[in-house]
Design a protein around this ligand. Structure first.
Ligand SMILES: CC(C)(COP(=O)(O)OP(=O)(O)OC[C@H]1O[C@@H](n2cnc3c(N)ncnc32)[C@H](O)[C@@H]1OP(=O)(O)O)[C@@H](O)C(=O)NCCC(=O)NCCS
Length: 170
């Protein structure tokens, strides 16, 4: 199976924040942003694998900045590493200044998707070939994040998480 670059799965969704999507102090609901990120990440994982994909876990979400009503929000997703049937998808969220048009980073998140067949059984996906320095950094750290996610989900023994253990050994 031929490897694919992150560029081939890059997915960009831009949309406004409407009143029904805000909390009582006029900022975007976290759940609304999670849903937008899940949609972008799922398209990205589908572009990489060309299979049916399901969300296996949300590994990390940082709500660093409030996103006010009326903001133009851009969610950008790409596959950052592919394993056997699972793919890590990295999400960067940007908002743009109304007058200058300049973009600033609002949030980021990391999701894991699994490619499955019609019966819901995991299937193999192409490997990911990182190109830029940032893509290589994200690729290198992805195995550690996968092991952490599996340990937290009770699917891997901490003693088997070699990449995590290496963090604490010097
Ligand atoms: C995700 C799912 C397919 C995994 O099935 P499973 O029986 O655990 O299958 P496996 O143990 O073979 O795992 C498949 C892959 O998922 C990965 N995985 C499973 N749980 C994971 C987790 N919590 N974090 C990271 N990766 C995970 C495994 O490491 C494996 O990756 P690999 O093949 O690349 O090595 C299954 O749990 C499922 O269908 N879940 C529901 C998904 C869904 O409906 N999502 C929407 C929620 S509303």
């Amino acid at each position: 199976m031929k490897g694919k670059t992150p560029e081939e799965s890059r997915t960009i969704i831009t949309d406004l924040v409407l009143p029904s999507e805000t909390n009582p102090i006029g900022n975007m609901f976290g759940g609304e942003l999670l849903a937008r990120m899940d949609r972008a990440a799922s398209i990205s994982a589908r572009r990489h694998s060309r299979r049916i994909v399901v969300t296996a876990s949300v590994n990390h979400v940082a709500f660093n900045k409030m996103i006010p009503l009326g903001s133009v929000v851009t969610v950008e997703a790409h596959v950052s590493r592919a394993f056997n049937s699972s793919m890590e998808v990295f999400l960067d969220v940007w908002i743009e200044d109304r007058e200058s048009g300049l973009r600033s980073k609002a949030n980021e998140a990391i999701y894991t998707f699994v490619a499955v067949d019609e019966m819901g059984s995991p299937v193999k996906v192409p490997e990911l070939v990182p190109e830029t320095e940032l893509e290589k950094q994200r690729f290198d750290a992805a195995l550690r994040r996968k092991q952490l996610s599996l340990v937290l989900a009770g699917k891997m023994k901490p003693s088997e998480a070699t990449e995590l253990k290496a963090l604490f050994e010097d």
